[in-house]
Design a protein around this ligand. Structure first.
Ligand code: PLP
Length: 460
């Protein structure tokens, strides 16, 4: 085993008891949950890897900040502290808090997009795609080719395919492209990073055609850490400088602060220059989120967020954070278990298609592996594959996804090396009996975002 576990750069001050149910109890809970992990109770999950969003552990500074939160309706000191932190880190003039990432999208996108417009991205996250479409526009993904092959170990598999981007702009007409979005890290491609060079190139294309450039910034710090490790020009820069430089290429950012900012709730909109966009964003924020100095958050949330923005940049923390992923990935390498490689920033995306070659896409190998993980060790993960993708809206036929992943998303500062070993051991045990694992069929599903609510049954 080549990779060592990076020790936690913190000690534990408050604990939450977790219990593991027996195998029989877990089988029974799964049946009751209709084989949909979203129906499982959180307390029935021994290790909960459903998402890294809002599941992070706050620091003693953040908890102290919660007590100091200023709940003034207008102009609270927590708001000014947050704006100052945002301006300092990203170099943007205007910073608007909102209650989470999709709220930022809801406020900003209808201003940039609308009927007949296009948004082009290195990959739209699912809520991002939803808000592009809700505005009346269409979302086009433009990811580099190597992202689709889990076995290709390229350093920046999250990149925009800039050659294709320019062709798409010409094809749709620059006047019809409302915005271009770079998602850092590229969540849906497996938390894969985007390079500084790639963002610079995308920005030049935006400038050439006069198109607005937005960064979907949920994992701004993990992405910067990968740039520092893998990109020559970033080697001697601080994480903060890498972020400021990268964000300097864009016009705006939308952010779910439930990820790298290490809080449980929050979001941001950033606008580089105090231009007329600011006024439009303020109006929509007041209508949908609340007054501009709280944006759908409590004063205490603003305070924790202002502190978390800086904590996310700490290099010792990022080294440990990415180290956790690399440790788990190295254990999977030893066992010959395939995953989106090299491992990304916020979780391990196991290649369920490779583990269960006998389960076709329309029997949901990614979902089957998620359910096996729960049966095996009480671990809750989720499908990122055909089960999540759903049906063609026109023909109603099951779509075939490019990948069949089971995502083990790792919450920040929550689980230890012993937990990571349980994850690896469980996957290895499942691999040994992989040939006997069966697929699933859907017995009921709603029309949109069906994976959250559908009922399933094992195919016998
Ligand atoms: C989580 C996420 C969002 C949406 O944010 P919420 O806080 O869940 O509303 C948007 N984009 C990306 C890349 C994300 O990871």
């Amino acid at each position: 085993m080549g990779v060592k576990y990076i020790p936690e750069p913190f000690r534990i001050k408050m604990v939450e008891t977790i219990k593991v149910l027996t195998r029989e109890e877990r089988e029974e809970r799964l049946k009751k949950a209709r084989y949909n992990v979203f129906y499982l109770a959180g307390e029935d999950c021994y290790i909960d890897l459903l998402t890294d969003s809002g599941t992070n552990a706050m620091s003693q500074e953040q908890w102290a900040g919660i007590m100091r939160g200023d709940e003034a309706y207008a102009g609270s000191s927590s708001y000014y502290k947050l704006v100052k932190a945002g301006q300092d880190i990203f170099g943007y003039e205007f910073i608007q808090p909102v209650h989470q990432g999709r709220a930022a999208e809801k406020v900003l996108f209808p201003i940039l997009l609308g009927e007949g417009k296009y948004s082009i991205s290195n990959m739209h996250f699912d809520t991002t795609r939803a808000h592009v479409e809700l505005s009346g526009a269409r979302a086009i993904d433009c990811t580099v080719k190597e992202a689709a092959d889990p076995s290709i170990r390229a350093p920046f598999k999250g990149n925009m395919d800039n050659e294709k981007l320019e062709k798409l702009i010409i094809q749709y007409g620059p006047e019809n492209v409302g915005c271009i979005i770079t998602t850092i890290t590229n969540n849906s491609a497996g938390g894969q990073p985007v390079s500084m060079a790639n963002v610079r190139e995308t920005a030049a294309i935006c400038k050439k055609y006069g198109i607005h450039y937005n960064i979907d910034a949920a994992r701004y710090a993990e992405n910067a850490y990968f740039c520092k490790l893998r990109e020559e020009e970033c080697k001697n820069m601080s994480i903060k400088d890498i972020i400021k430089t990268m964000f300097g290429f864009a016009d705006t950012f939308t952010m779910s602060a439930k990820k790298d900012t290490i809080v449980n709730m929050g979001g941001l909109i950033g606008i580089k220059k105090n231009d007329d966009l600011v006024g439009k964003v303020k109006v929509r924020t007041i209508s949908y989120e609340g007054f501009i100095s709280y944006g759908g958050l409590s004063g205490r949330d603003l305070e924790a967020l202002a502190i978390g923005l800086y904590e996310g940049l700490d290099e010792d923390y990022l080294k440990y954070r990415i180290g956790q992923m690399e440790y788990l990935a190295a254990r999977l390498d030893d066992a010959g278990i395939a995953y989106q490689s090299p491992v990304g920033g916020h979780g391990v995306f196991v290649d369920a298609k490779a583990m269960f070659p006998h389960i076709p896409y329309n029997e949901f190998p990614g979902q089957a592996l998620a359910l096996e993980l729960y049966k095996e060790a009480g671990i809750r993960a989720c499908d990122i594959g055909s089960y999540m993708l759903g049906n063609d809206p026109d023909t109603k036929e099951q779509l075939k996804a490019d990948f069949e992943f089971t995502r083990l998303a790792i919450p920040r500062r929550v689980y230890t090396q012993a937990h990571i070993d349980i994850m690896a051991d469980a996957l290895i045990a499942i691999k040994e009996r992989a040939a006997s694992v069966k697929g699933y069929k859907i017995t009921w599903e709603p029309e949109i975002l069906r994976h959250f609510q559908a009922y399933l049954e094992p195919i016998v």
